[in-house]
Design a protein around this ligand. Sequence first.
Ligand code: ATP
Ligand code: MG
Length: 269
Amino acid sequence: MKPSYLHFHGFTREPFGADIEIANILETHQVRAVTDRFDYAVRLGALGLVTGEVGSGKSTALRFALSRLHPSEYRPLWITASSGSILEFYRQLTSELEVETNTFSRAVLLRIIRGQVLDLATKAKQKPVLVIDEASLLRIAVYAELHTITQFEGDSKPYLPVILVGQNNLIDLLGYRTSIPLASRVVARYHLQGITRKDMDDYLQHHLKIAGIPRQLFSDAAVTAIQQGSGGLLRRANHLARGALVAAAHEKTQLVSAEHVRMASTELI
Ligand SMILES: Nc1ncnc2c1ncn2[C@@H]1O[C@H](COP(=O)(O)OP(=O)(O)OP(=O)(O)O)[C@@H](O)[C@H]1O
Ligand SMILES: [Mg+2]
């Protein structure tokens, strides 16, 4: 059964959801900026960095950039990092490469990964592209070794472009002495910031449209309140917008006001 606020406003689906399809991703200038850096790093077989606050749209922008690679030419590999050991990282990567192995030997895993990357790049002609999301969680030991899976033939063949995605401390992690070999391979980086008041207007309307409402339900003051209350960060903006729609429906009001946004904000941390 649909929650009553969906009925009241006439939504065809839950608005401001986290499960946004590729086709519904709004091509903001930030998404385009990430895609440009991504394409450049992929072309050079090098390293790209995407940083930003929690909920600023990093993973979504990367999903968009990856989706534009032609599947017959590229093999996207997506890892959501954990704070585990390098062994766990290698096991995650072998699984993403669809190699079955029971080994817990670092050396063997490394050999398997390098072999698989080489095969993809040279035999299958499907250039692998690795995105490591939540890379700010990786241990420093992983940063010290990561470059060894990207380079081949005495460092002359950069077969595995890597895009590291994470919060701002990613930059600090790359500043460690042991991370220098990896950091030296960075050719492009981009930092996502909160969106502006004007972009927030477009963003809210876009999400309303995806959920079946082709008109603006938020008053000017409500848009400003969402932008200020979220600092332009999209996940928080989603929660504020959805909460404000619930509050407005509760009062049987179609137009969402700044007061509805304020009410929604008291429910968030
Ligand atoms: N370009 C976009 N178009 C439409 N919605 C977006 C876009 N970017 C982000 N969003 C919305 O914002 C939410 C948060 O974005 P996302 O998960 O990409 O942020 P993040 O920076 O990766 O967060 P975290 O730091 O927690 O990993 C998404 O679930 C989606 O609803
Ligand atoms: Mg993310």
